[in-house]
Design a protein around this ligand. Structure first.
Ligand SMILES: [Fe+2]
Length: 280
């Protein structure tokens, strides 16, 4: 296994800093938003160092813009490489998307067309980032609301081939698969089945909002039952994989999120026990 299972973790949110630093039971590891800790001094970096003393951490970015046709941001990569040296995260991840156009950030994670040309482009960029950081990165599937006429392959085929060509890992965001499957009318189960088992290093779970005409990836409410069911299916396919919940709005008390982590633990335990029974 390329990526050691860390258990069940959370994205660090400042509302929970004090409790986390006090040693929160039920939180096995923390995902840190890379862009929050890129300045060398200051409080976010101080908190990160303190958190790192107690927990495994991973760095999750939104600015690498792997799918952009802008050149890679060398300054960003230099700063990230320095951060990685200091923090020694279990891994570094970012998204399959473009987040920059003509040097300007779009402050969002926009999907790219899936075809041979974009695959070669993104695989080259992932390889160059990995060379720079001296380690494999994990690339995450985004939720999307548009698709492109220029696409000639399915997103899951693209990710599978990207992982192979660039020799990178994947963050499988189970909620994003669900949201995009509903929005575009594809099978979330078939999506999971097309992702290579040995490339998935992490799962994301989150809540979304139903806007009637489409689902919106809002991260502001609990994980819904359908996404829990898809998580069970993911555990059945990919086994024990580090799992975490992303919550970015309506941040609840830490205990509420730990209760969701416990639900994830129970699902993982039951699914793996069932798999063992079938194997035996
Ligand atoms: Fe995610």
């Amino acid at each position: 296994m390329l990526w050691k299972p860390l258990g069940h973790g959370l994205g660090l949110r400042r509302e929970h800093n004090a409790e986390i630093l006090g040693g929160a039971p039920g939180v096995d590891w923390l995902e840190i938003l890379t862009e929050n800790v890129m300045v060398a001094g200051g409080n976010p970096r101080r908190v990160l160092r303190a958190v790192r003393e107690r927990y495994p951490v991973v760095l999750h970015g939104v600015s690498m813009s792997l799918g952009s046709i802008d050149t890679l941001d060398e300054q960003y990569l230099d700063t990230l490489a320095e951060l990685v040296r200091e923090v020694e995260p279990a891994w570094v991840s970012d998204h399959l998307c473009f987040a920059r156009v003509d040097g300007k950030s779009v402050h969002d994670l926009w999907p790219i067309p899936y075809n041979e040309e974009s695959l070669a482009h993104v695989a080259d960029r992932v390889s160059r980032v990995q060379d720079r950081l001296g380690r494999r990165i994990l690339v995450e599937n985004v939720s999307s609301y548009v698709s492109y006429r220029a696409s000639t392959m399915r997103e899951e085929e693209f990710l599978a081939e990207l992982a192979r060509r660039a020799d990178c890992g994947l963050v499988l965001d189970v909620n994003n698969v669900y949201v995009s499957a509903k929005n575009h009318g594809f099978s979330a189960e078939a999506y999971l089945d097309a992702i290579p088992v040995d490339r998935v290093g992490q799962f994301h779970l989150a809540g979304h909002s139903d806007c009637g005409t489409h689902l919106l990836d809002t991260h502001d409410n609990p994980v819904c039952d359908d996404v829990w069911a898809l998580y069970a299916r993911a555990v059945a396919r990919f086994g024990r994989v580090s799992s975490m919940i992303e919550r970015d709005g309506n941040i609840p008390a830490l205990g509420e999120l730990v209760a969701e982590l416990d639900r994830a633990r129970a699902i993982e335990r039951d699914v793996l026990a069932e798999a063992t029974r079938h194997a035996g």
